[in-house]
Design a protein around this ligand. Structure first.
Ligand code: SF4
Length: 383
């Protein structure tokens, strides 16, 4: 079995090259070909010695994920559904804005945390993605988009680990993937532009701060333990006081001087003025010094099994005003890609029932993805 080079960060690729009897610095050239130029064929790599290319052909491969579907919204948002085998599928979403291009990336097939308002949580957990499967979402999207948008420069400027899964419950695969994103020879993204979103896996927040500090978003969703226990079951293990302690510790390493708190607005559940006032007290008073933070209010995207509904827009604005009036920077997330079910919390909308996914995968394997870049194919199974 050959090694898939998408599985390696630069250090790992240097080890691999050394194992082939090559100098470690060859990994830098190879890494650039793969990630900066989207190459998947060793014969393309014209500045590598022929002898190295021949060794690579017999010992390595560059293999992306097969695409099951691609949908483009009228607002330019593009959603891909990738096959990760055995009936599992994960999604990635590209969100273009005037000053940035953001890719939302998945870290697990399904999720074990089981948040009540999240369709991924309702599908259950299947497995962790490998580093290569996480990186492959970015690798494919970046090089596909350069072709699709006819651009030579970098298209994806920001990555948010907010797709399917709890990234900090897949830590050992996540960190090398982040390093590929951050590497100057890879995607060259700044730490401020790579965000890990967590529901609050406290010990791993501490490790991330030490190992690979990037921007941090915390899915808060409630101002007190009683309510958060019912919305984010992980709160029973790591209650709010411990979570906010971890946020304070993280700030010592974070590339930004604030934590982003995500707050999904649920009608009549967590969207009342009293909840906003409790939030202010929580983040201002915690530990005596408070937690430097911003709030991002997210319109809920309803799905039948949740039994929840979206807060009316005027309630969301009133909630935002209470936080803003207290001096807390608060944004209301624009919904993007509604027409293709790519809005936040809908990423698993198509895949929550894995049995149906299995059926659909069989049907969709024949779907041709026509706009595949030369460098980054839709995946070996399609070709
Ligand atoms: S919100 Fe995040 S952590 Fe919670 S179930 Fe969904 S994917 Fe998992």
């Amino acid at each position: 079995m050959t090694a898939n080079l998408l599985e390696f960060d630069q250090q790992g690729l240097a080890d691999f090259c050394e194992g082939l009897g090559e100098k470690r610095f060859r990994a830098t050239q190879l890494f650039r070909w793969i990630h900066q130029r989207g190459a998947r064929d060793f014969d393309q790599m014209s500045d590598l010695a022929r002898s190295l290319r021949e060794k690579l052909k017999t010992s390595a491969r560059i293999e992306g994920l097969s695409i099951l579907s691609q949908h483009e919204s009228t607002d330019g948002t593009i959603k891909w559904l990738f096959d990760v085998g055995k009936g599992d599928a994960v999604e990635a979403v590209f969100i273009p804005e005037d000053d940035r291009g953001t890719l939302c990336v998945s870290s697990q097939a399904g999720c074990a945390v089981g948040c009540r308002f999240c369709s991924t949580g309702h599908q259950g957990f299947s497995r962790n993605l490998t580093t290569g499967e996480i990186v492959a979402q970015l690798w494919f999207a970046e090089h596909f988009l350069r072709c699709h948008l006819q651009r030579d420069d970098r298209v994806i400027s920001n990555v948010v680990m907010m797709g399917m899964g709890e990234p900090l419950q897949n830590y050992s695969a996540l960190v090398p993937a982040l390093r590929v994103m951050l590497s100057d020879h890879g995607y060259g993204l700044s730490r401020r532009r790579v965000t890990v979103s967590t529901s609050g896996v406290v010990p791993m927040m501490d490790r991330l701060g030490q190992d690979c500090p990037v921007a941090l978003a915390v899915s808060l969703h409630a101002p007190n333990d009683q309510l958060r226990d019912s919305l984010v079951p992980l709160n029973r293990k790591y209650p709010l006081a411990e979570l906010l302690d971890a946020c304070q510790r993280y700030l010592a390493y974070a590339p930004r001087d604030f934590i982003t708190f995500e707050y999904c607005m649920l009608d009549g559940v967590n969207d009342q003025p009293e909840h906003a006032r409790q939030l202010i007290e929580l983040v201002r008073q915690h530990g005596g010094t408070g937690v430097s933070c911003k709030f991002n209010l997210i319109p809920f995207n309803p799905f039948p099994q949740s039994g929840l509904t979206r807060s009316p827009h005027k309630e969301v604005l009133a909630f935002a005003k209470i936080l803003s009036d207290a001096g807390i920077v608060t944004t209301v997330r624009k919904t993007r890609g509604d027409d293709i079910d790519a809005a936040c919390g809908q990423l698993a909308g198509d895949v929550r029932d894995r049995t149906r996914v299995g059926e659909r995968m069989a049907r969709q394997r024949v779907v041709k993805i026509t706009q595949v870049p030369v460098g980054a194919s839709a995946g070996s199974k399609e070709n």
